[in-house]
Design a protein around this ligand. Structure first.
Ligand SMILES: [Zn+2]
Length: 231
């Protein structure tokens, strides 16, 4: 049975949320109230993320990339799961509300072929401040004004019998509801529990790998057939 993985980036593949880290580092006026509005749901994610980056001068682009590269750490086991999924032919999609100018440098040392797709936002650095562009907006089936719409991406990439979602935040919840297996931590874990959405807790990607190679729904897909005909 075929399997596909959709994985969040900030706070999931990385240990901390890079957008929040950028805002804490540069501390533009009123950023915390924008984040609070997004968490309360009184501001859409697209509106909130766009507003946050509009507070940051475009000239800081290289400085932001250096700051992120200094501070961002991949969660333990990420490379192991990517390597194993690639070897088994299981597509691994990054679905992120983050921005490509800091995501791609963090992923630069991982072979691009390990990713079936990296879906995230982009940015324009025309002065004076950063403008987020939205190459993957909500389709007709989503009215949440996501900015980068994870459920729209899930509907448009090739189908698999078993869909896995890995996340940490409320912004992964709609994707989690459409998954067959959810790996959740932090806000996403508490939100899934509160709303009766089945999920499996994780801290590292070693935890996730351990489940995938043993779970009856995924173990065949995650078994390397070294002696079989698979090349
Ligand atoms: Zn959406």
């Amino acid at each position: 049975m075929s399997v596909r993985i959709f994985c969040d980036f900030d706070g999931t593949m990385t240990v901390t949320d890079n957008i929040l880290m950028i805002m804490e580092h540069y501390n533009p006026p009123n950023w915390r109230s924008i984040v609070e509005d997004m968490m309360r749901g009184t501001r859409s994610i697209r509106d909130g993320v766009g507003s946050l980056f509009s507070l940051i001068p475009s000239a800081l682009r290289e400085d932001i990339v250096r700051t992120v590269m200094d501070k961002a750490t991949l969660r333990p086991g990420v490379l192991g799961l990517l390597t194993h999924a690639h070897a088994c032919g299981v597509p691994f999609y990054v679905v992120s509300g983050g921005i490509d100018f800091f995501i791609r440098p963090i992923l630069a040392h991982i072979p691009p072929s390990y990713f079936a797709g990296v879906y995230c936002n982009s940015a324009s650095f025309d002065p004076p401040t950063i403008t987020i562009t939205w190459p993957h907006p909500c389709g007709d089936a989503c009215t949440d004004d996501c900015g980068m719409c994870k459920t729209t991406v899930m509907r448009h990439v090739p189908f698999a019998h078993t869909t896995i979602v890995i996340g940490d935040s409320i912004t992964d919840y709609n994707a989690a509801k459409q998954a067959d297996i959810v790996f959740a931590r932090a806000h996403l874990y508490r939100h899934c529990l509160a709303h009766g959405v089945p999920c499996i807790a994780y801290e590292t990607f070693y935890d996730i790998m351990d489940t995938l190679v043993h779970d009856a729904r995924t173990r065949d897909a995650f078994t390397l057939h070294r002696l079989g005909g698979r090349s």
